[in-house]
Design a protein around this ligand. Structure first.
Ligand code: BJW
Length: 234
């Protein structure tokens, strides 16, 4: 890895699992007991805004009870010590990466601690509950506020910046994602032929075949070791 200049890291729900944030799929996953379309699509929100607000209000409140784990801290250290290009792209809507110290960070699926107005498009930091009667602090419209989250069928944020970073990456790390949701699941196929690809997950995934190396294990144990080996090989 001594010729590595530009690093891109993609993280998914497995990154925050050991902090106590539930993943989506699998036993005890967030989707258990919910139809995805009901809580994570614009159509579901239009049909039953109260249900969708409740789903996100509970998750926003739960953020106050969780802390970054050793994996989040390792990525923040990699960013601060790496002198080449670095971009952390997370699919996660929690704020654990920034709380661990990450700054070169994009939330491609949005953020639980932000809301936006569908009337004036203003985005606001939001710590409390949201409901169908919430008034937009920017334009005064009632009932137009929604979670600042990318639902199925919507275009993820910052796609142009991410595409450019992937194109110039020579190390791509993919951490704790099932590889079932696009476009993130296709990132490993968008890097150049020279790029080294490493996947870290507790199990093999739908996209494992696209990676040169697989680290099977939990982020809190394995990511600090991986970061150390990348920094040592400079
Ligand atoms: C650990 C661990 C530990 C656990 N250590 N590992 C047919 C074919 C292809 C695509 C489509 C299709 N039909 C529709 C689409 C597109 C659709 C899509 O992909 N659907 C699939 C279901 C097929 N995608 C979209 O609609 C996206 N938009 C889009 O494509 O727009 C078009 C466009 C794109 C680009 C340019 C121009 C146009 C939008 C997707 C929005 C996803 N939103 C969600 C919910 C909102 C956020 C929220 O409520 O929190 O985002 S869905 C949900 O899945 C969430 C996640 O970010 C996302 C990914 O899940 P993730 O992170 O992988 O979690 P899990 O639970 O699946 O996996 C956890 C992993 O961790 C597992 O592998 C574990 O093993 C591992 N793990 N503990 C290490 N300790």
């Amino acid at each position: 890895m001594n010729s590595t200049q530009n690093i891109v890291v993609l993280t998914g729900a497995g990154m925050s699992a050991e902090s106590g944030v539930p993943t989506f799929r699998g036993v005890d996953g967030l989707w258990e007991g919910h139809h995805i379309e009901e809580v994570a699509s614009p159509e579901g929100f239009a049909r039953n805004p109260a249900l969708v607000h409740r789903f996100y209000n509970l998750r926003r409140a739960a953020l106050k009870c969780v802390e970054p784990n050793a994996g989040h801290r390792a990525l923040a250290m990699l960013e601060s010590e790496w002198t080449g290009g670095f971009l952390l792209v997370t699919q996660n809507v929690d704020d654990l990466h920034e709380r661990a110290g990450s700054r070169k960070l994009l939330h491609m699926h949005g953020e639980l601690r932000k809301v936006r107005c569908e009337a004036c498009y203003a985005v606001a930091v939001w710590e409390n509950d949201l409901d169908a009667g919430t008034v937009c602090p920017a334009c005064g419209e009632t009932g137009a506020m929604r979670p600042h989250i990318v639902w199925f069928g919507e275009i993820p944020f910052e796609m142009e910046t991410i595409a450019a970073a992937l194109k110039s990456a020579d190390l791509f790390l993919c951490i704790g994602t099932s590889g079932l949701v696009y476009p993130a699941a296709g990132f490993a196929q968008r890097v150049s032929n020279e790029c080294r690809l490493i996947e870290l997950n507790i199990e093999s995934t739908e996209i494992s075949r696209h990676f040169h190396e697989h680290i099977v294990g939990a982020v809190s144990a394995e990511l600090p070791k991986l970061v150390e080996s990348i920094l040592r090989a400079r």
